[in-house]
Design a protein around this ligand. Structure first.
Ligand code: ADP
Ligand code: MG
Length: 247
């Protein structure tokens, strides 16, 4: 089942074409790894999907609802509804420093006001347990390691019960010894069939966990496919050159 359709996305900053004809589908339960050199447009693409950037042309639909169709955005209220079902995890965590771990988790659901505070509290308690940070509920982010911060950021995204979770280089800002704990949380989510798009330099993760890999270069999807195909039998020189540098 397709839950997201992306077609012919275009975006420019002045003369620089950052996204050129980006087209792909996301099926339910997909774990899509997006790889590619720095500056290839990966973050811009991801940010466009959750409306942190506006594209200049193309179509994004989520569960059959158009966020943007042929470059024309839907109404603000509908944009809110569509993006509320999408969670985003950033390289630099973006936790609220003046709120405790638990308050970071509960802020967005409380603002939406769809649930009782008891329901919200129950979910934050469950998610803190899931990421192994129950004892840190009342701590401020400044007290946490990078790996713990990123696990909190993932739990915070999960608080909204997203249909799809997007990650922008979630381990790139971490010391190497802390990447494992974050990748493990992501692997667990994949096993629970969370639909995910993960921009990453972790080729091991892409090979092991993703069912589809998208290679971007210079604002384009050069090729995409199953990891066992793309990693062992890349079809294009640009993919080969990138993989030779990265593996
Ligand atoms: P990646 O995440 O693959 O490293 P980005 O999406 O961050 O790539 O950037 C793609 C290109 O767009 C780069 O050349 C970058 O310098 C440029 N770019 C990104 N954001 C902006 C911006 N706000 N203004 C101008 N250029 C930008
Ligand atoms: Mg980036």
């Amino acid at each position: 089942m397709t839950i997201m359709e992306v077609s012919s996305l275009k975006k420019s900053y002045g003369k620089l074409d950052v996204l050129k004809q980006i087209t792909f589908d996301v099926n339910k339960n997909d774990v899509i790894a997006v790889i590619g050199p720095s500056g290839s447009g990966k973050s811009t693409m991801l940010r466009s999907l959750v409306h942190l950037e506006e594209i200049d042309g193309g179509t994004i639909s989520v569960s059959g609802n158009f966020l943007v169709r042929d470059g024309v955005y839907t109404k603000p209220q509908e944009i809110k509804q569509i993006t509320a079902k999408m969670g985003m995890v950033f390289q630099h965590f973006n936790l609220f420093p003046h709120l405790t771990v638990k308050e970071n988790l509960e802020l967005a659901p409380k603002m939406v006001k769809k649930e009782s505070s008891a329901e919200i509290k129950q979910r934050s308690t469950e998610l803190l347990e899931k990421i192994g940070l129950t004892d840190w509920a009342e701590a401020y982010p400044g007290k946490l390691s990078g790996g713990q911060k990123q696990r909190v950021a993932i739990a915070r995204a999960l608080m909204m019960n997203p249909d799809i979770l997007l990650f922008d280089e979630p381990t790139s800002a971490l010391d190497p010894e802390l990447t494992g704990e974050v990748l493990q949380v992501m692997k667990d989510l994949a096993q629970e069939h969370m639909t995910m798009i993960v921009v990453t330099h972790e080729m091991g993760f892409a090979k092991e966990v993703a069912n589809k890999v998208i290679f971007m270069d210079n604002g384009e999807i050069v090729e995409s496919g199953a990891p066992e195909e793309l990693f062992t039998n890349p079809q294009f020189e640009r993919t080969k050159a990138f993989l030779n540098r990265s593996l």
